[in-house]
Design a protein around this ligand. Structure first.
Ligand code: DAH
Length: 361
């Protein structure tokens, strides 16, 4: 009987110690420690209960029930504390990161999108509305994707057209032909990456930055932006290509816009065509107030993009059966389109950081 009294007292002390220890805890780690101290392998309650074996059955029952109830109370208290600590953690984050949407702008002059970003995003929206997906690829590309797989093998004269910035000899010297790295000269390598990794049908656009080793002039810059398009599936035709480009350009530049397809040559398409758009500055007349239009050199047309049906060799190189599937592709210069939209005579001006120019749009 005496022993039961001592045990009850010990349980009481344990309960008080536990409660005051718990009250001081503010981290999950400390809580875990307390848990193992009281309920773990060497839990304190166990030590007290070791003496139970000397008690009568009746006493055993009383102490057993009391101990069990206490154990359950400990568990419940620990769970509640864990929740409390978690809530406090998230409340603190919420308070720190709260955004007061009623606070005014620090300045009226917040700036705005660059004409190229603006044009690119508009084009993306139009293509997305036609069911295209957006893809991306590396700007530091390998020779295989930038050239070989696009049917432009080593020493092919067409490589001259895409004069390239190669990554330093130090990096490239031990690489095999095809593995050598360069700054991509066009967004077309993403066609290859997509065809080699995705199921058909494919319907993608690839907006992105490209680089050329160029002599800079009004129409040429070392770095500019392109938007590539690729559609591959069963029964894709040149008519689909024409419809797509016509629809996009009319949405972008206005219903009156006309397109002109001229036969051309690209190693990765057959047949190939370059596409011109009726000049926005002179509405295709070649004249502005009786003077020759400088944007289109008085021709009424501005060259916008290259396009064509994906060459069977390119399809086969990406393990696509060219007898069963066909595709069209195109690549447009976003800078040139932006120049047309915003009536800027030289796309080089977009890179000169002239606020006076950018602020007009
Ligand atoms: N990659 C070409 C260039 O940069 C543009 C181009 C032409 C892309 C025809 C195409 C295409 O996808 O079919 O000059």
């Amino acid at each position: 009987m005496k022993y039961t009294g001592i045990m009850k007292e010990q349980l009481q002390t344990l309960q008080t110690d536990f409660s005051s220890a718990l009250a001081n805890i503010i981290t999950q780690e400390a809580l875990k420690e307390l848990e193992s101290e009281y309920l773990g392998k060497k839990w304190k309650l166990k030590a007290i209960l070791a003496g139970v074996k000397d008690l009568s059955i009746e006493e055993k029952k009383t102490i057993g029930v009391a101990a069990n109830t206490m154990k359950n109370e400990f568990i419940e208290a620990l769970v509640n504390k864990a929740r409390e600590i978690e809530d406090a953690y998230f409340n603190e984050i919420e308070a720190k990161e709260a955004i007061d949407v009623t606070i005014g702008y620090p300045s009226d002059n917040l700036g705005h999108k660059h004409p190229i970003s603006h044009t690119s995003e508009l084009l993306e929206d139009i293509f997305i509305s036609l069911g295209f997906k957006i893809e991306d690829g590396p700007q530091v590309e390998d020779e295989l994707h930038n050239f070989d797989k696009l049917n432009i093998p080593h020493n092919h004269p067409a490589r001259d057209v895409w004069d390239t910035f190669w990554i330093s000899d130090e990096v490239n010297k031990d690489k095999d032909i095809g593995e050598r790295l360069l700054l991509r000269t066009h967004t077309s390598p993403v066609q290859i990456r997509t065809m080699m990794s995705q199921e058909l049908p494919i319907k993608i656009i690839v907006p992105g930055r490209v680089f050329r080793y160029e002599q800079e002039d009004a129409r040429h810059t070392c770095n500019f932006y392109q938007l590539e398009g690729l559609v591959v599936g069963e029964g894709v035709t040149f008519g689909d290509l024409k419809w797509t480009l016509d629809t996009v350009m009319k949405q972008l530049l206005g219903e009156k816009t006309e397109l002109r397809f001229r036969p051309s040559i690209f190693p990765f398409t057959e047949p190939s065509a370059e596409v011109d758009v009726s000049c926005q500055i002179c509405s295709g007349t070649g004249k502005v107030k009786w003077k020759k239009c400088s944007m289109c050199s008085a021709t009424g047309w501005v060259e916008l993009l290259g396009s064509g049906m994906v060459h069977p060799t390119v399809l086969e190189g990406c393990w696509i059966d060219s007898k069963k599937y066909s595709g069209f592709a195109f690549g447009m210069g976003i800078d040139r389109i932006a120049a047309q939209r915003f009536w800027v005579s030289s796309s080089r001006m977009f890179y000169q950081n002239k606020l006076k120019l950018n602020e007009q749009f």
